[in-house]
Design a protein around this ligand. Structure first.
Ligand SMILES: Cc1cc2nc3c(=O)[nH]c(=O)nc-3n(C[C@H](O)[C@H](O)[C@H](O)COP(=O)(O)OP(=O)(O)OC[C@H]3O[C@@H](n4cnc5c(N)ncnc54)[C@H](O)[C@@H]3O)c2cc1C
Length: 289
């Protein structure tokens, strides 16, 4: 039976990996892309996949473990009222199918049985080697007006001023302990003095204090600076998943028991609103400015 493989773009490595994983379920794989000219609308794109899966009697639908792949397949699962397994590293077809999937920001692998038909899963990034996709069918998105309520209406290119988070040698990052959007002025000041970039935790983006593009972690950017300065961040596994590449970690937190200190090279037990301006003042003094 056909396995439908959702392809974001034929040249996209994660999509190529999803097709390879789809082949491990059944040799008869139909790679399908959706014409993006109508704008990205997750529920409408999911409805398109649902209709294709039903008309072709697909035994499984596989998507890349990217933000869009996971989002669209979650919609497919909701529409079909079936379970979905995200970020799988391997799959053994059957009834039920058995999958091994990545959990907790890559800190554990879980073996799970997926009861449901069609089998719905996304492939974890880089779990299998990518191979070029020979042929991709591009279809037009279907879906009702209700499916298009959430859609991309405009794309604003990222500002190119300043240092990018992923390339920065220094990242000064703030968490819930910063207390407010305005509280980030001390973080911004230190980052600027050090020629670095500002990062933050998900607690901060969830509160609307900073944009998602500043978020570091499992569902944000992975950074690899010479030094990561974590201010008011507790050190949750999902945050640390984005910090693994940092050469050195300086943590500033009044709670000496905070788990951020377990992975820190330098620790300051204290209030960031006192410590961070004091560091900036010392840098200015040393530079005579
Ligand atoms: C599926 C999933 C994905 C996730 N992805 C991410 C992700 O990509 N990135 C991410 O960050 N999180 C992610 N999270 C959320 C994560 O689990 C934590 O909830 C989050 O990282 C906590 O953010 P925080 O450390 O800022 O806040 P908290 O855990 O609330 O910690 C705040 C810290 O600030 C300290 N503090 C308080 N006042 C001060 C002060 N004056 N000075 C200094 N320190 C102070 C406190 O002692 C505390 O340690 C994810 C969660 C899930 C379930």
């Amino acid at each position: 039976m056909t396995v439908l493989a959702f392809v974001e773009d034929p040249s996209d490595e994660l999509s190529q990996q999803a097709v390879v994983m789809a082949r491990s379920i059944d040799g008869d794989v139909a790679p399908v892309a959706i014409d993006p000219s109508g704008g990205y609308a997750p529920a409408a794109w999911a409805q398109t996949l649902v209709e294709l899966a039903q008309s072709r009697g697909a035994s499984a639908v596989v998507a890349p473990g990217s933000e869009r792949g996971n989002e669209i397949l979650a919609h497919v699962a909701a529409k079909l009222d079936q379970p979905m397994a995200a970020n799988c590293v391997s799959v053994t077809p059957g009834a039920p199918a058995t999958v091994t999937r990545v959990r907790w920001g890559g800190s554990l692998l879980e073996e799970a049985q997926v009861h449901g038909s069609p089998l719905l899963l996304t492939s974890a990034a880089h779990a299998v080697a990518a191979e070029p996709i020979d042929e991709v069918e591009t279809v037009t998105a279907t879906g009702s007006d209700a499916d298009r309520v959430v859609h991309v209406s405009e794309q604003i290119p990222e500002s190119t001023s300043g240092v990018s988070l992923t390339d920065a040698d220094v990242v000064v990052s703030g968490g819930r302990g910063v207390g407010s959007a305005e509280g980030f002025s001390v973080i911004e000041e230190l980052a600027e003095l050090l020629g670095g970039a500002v990062g933050c935790s998900r607690a901060v983006t969830s509160a609307g204090w900073r944009p998602h593009s500043d978020q570091v972690g499992q569902t944000g950017s992975k950074v690899s600076p010479e030094i990561y300065i974590a201010c008011g961040i507790s050190g949750a596994t999902q945050h640390m998943a984005g910090v693994k590449g940092a050469k050195r970690l300086l943590a500033i937190n009044p709670d000496g028991e905070a788990s951020i200190f377990a992975g820190a090279d330098y620790a300051v037990i204290g209030d960031l609103h006192e410590v961070v301006p004091a560091i900036s003042a010392e840098i200015r003094k040393a530079r005579g400015s």
